[in-house]
Design a protein. Sequence first.
Length: 426
Amino acid sequence: PLVITVELLSEEVNGEVVPPSSPIDPQSPVFLPSLDFIKEMLGIPEEGVRIGRVVEGYREIEVDVKLSKEALKHHVLVVGTTGAGKTNLLKVIMKNSETPLIVFDIQGDYIKPAVEMGGSIIVPVTRDYQMGITDFVDVFLKRSNLSGYKISKVEGDRLILSDGKSSFNLYLIGFRLPENYKLLPDVSPYFSPQGGEFFKIVSEDCVGKNDVIDNWENNCREIMDELGVHRETQNNIVRSVTLLSQSGIIDVSFGKGYYQEPNYEEIMKSKAVVDLRWALERGVDSATIASFLIINKIFKIIDDRYKKEGKETEYLMIFDEAHEYFPQGKREENKEPLERLINKIMRLGRVRGIGTILATHRPTDLNDLILTLTNTKVAMRADEDALKRIGMEKYSKVLSVSPPGFGIISSYTIKVNNLTFRSEKY
């Protein structure tokens, strides 16, 4: 006799699709469902960012899988080993999203897609590249393999690069101490809690609008003494200032002046990529400090709109290699500023319209708060430990051998517990 094991995915009760609770009637008819019926019973959103198609076994069926605005606003975590298709999935989201977005890119994977979409690329320049702007653009184009493009127009801090057929925006940016001293203790891992607070108070008195970080100690040592700042705290501040100066991203000159920050409101209108390859040469801290400064500026714009007009601003932030930005800190005092920042982006951000998508191959190194605040998990090929960290270890048999692009979504925005899909190819 033929024995079939049936697992219920969902049922319809009074016209609503809900998780299954009724037993199966042994006399139930069996029929081949139509695509519309499958779509309805899986509860896949009608609207949203298309990421791929539903998979049955390993066979794709003609039913699109979409991440709804709701899912994106409540944050998405993608987990998968190298080569499982995470970066491809993020590129697909970047291409299909109608919501403006910004991608934080450590490896340069998203430069070409941004160029193809006619978007914006933001490069935090470091002190290792203190050369003329056109010289740096040449270096950027060579490294990004974008032969044929050249500067066709300059509008303020925005360079428009074109190859005759298509164009994209390039912003070369730097962070100045006078505009950022209030943020630096919160976005860098160097200051002790007291050191950070005193750094802000002292800088208020001694940082002029043209000052650079290298002169901070000469300009501010006296004020620290006048305020009676404890010797240990003073040492912490001076050490931290030295490390910030060494980060190579503060007060970067290009000959005639200093690189400034861009018009963030302008950047927020399109699809943007922050190219962190140059900052990463100075170390992960330089790349994350640059990212967190940009995030703070964008958050402030969205927060001001929310407070003044009470309206949300739909916006997406995408982090590949998320464990580099939001690690599980070893020391308690380093965790606190980072977790404040995570709360700001993900808790306060959600109410204001900001959604985040994070991808990692090392969820064990990812801050616990990220795991708590991401309500949609996407598991791709990964080992059991990685899947266990996101509560999806029961799929480890299937996922340990799955092909690139194959994944399982667990989300409250889809009516079934878990949905198997294959992502589009970018």
